[in-house]
Design a protein. Structure first.
Length: 142
């Protein structure tokens, strides 16, 4: 595994290099099979290569790969926001903002909390992980 061009700030947990995955299993470059208990973390909790997800990705990729919603709005973003707003059992008006990571969501939550309260200080749980961005890191125990 050649890590010479990879930043050392990324702590490598497992000294293997995976090549492919299927369901809850991954294979390294030597063909050794492992059960994937961590690699996908939260964003891949449905496993690798699930046929319905693969088909949804292919379908979306043939229509639109990416568009920053704040630059050019698109219906898919609004549809997901509507589904989330309808799903949450609240009696008040709810708006959504989709982010691509927990750290980005944490950053925005901190901005919203500070703007709403006018205060800069936040309370966070000990030993919690809130992301690797500057504000998220500053809310964690050192």
């Amino acid at each position: 595994m050649d890590l010479a061009c990879v930043s050392q700030s990324l702590g490598i947990i497992h000294p293997i290099c995976i090549e492919r995955g299927r369901n809850a299993e991954v294979w390294d470059q030597q063909g050794t099979r492992y059960i994937d208990f961590i690699g996908g973390i939260g964003v891949l909790n449905l496993g690798h290569g699930h046929p319905e997800i693969v088909n949804a990705v292919i379908n979306q990729a043939t229509r639109l790969i990416h568009s920053a919603f704040n630059a050019v709005p698109h219906q898919g973003y609004m549809d997901v926001c509507r589904q989330l707003a309808d799903f949450v059992p609240v009696t008040y008006s709810l708006t959504c903002m989709l982010t691509n990571s927990g750290a980005e969501a944490t950053e925005n939550a901190l901005k919203i909390a500070r703007a709403a309260t006018g205060r800069q200080a936040v309370i966070a749980f000990d030993d919690g992980f809130h992301g690797r961005t500057l504000a998220a890191l500053s809310s964690m125990e050192k």
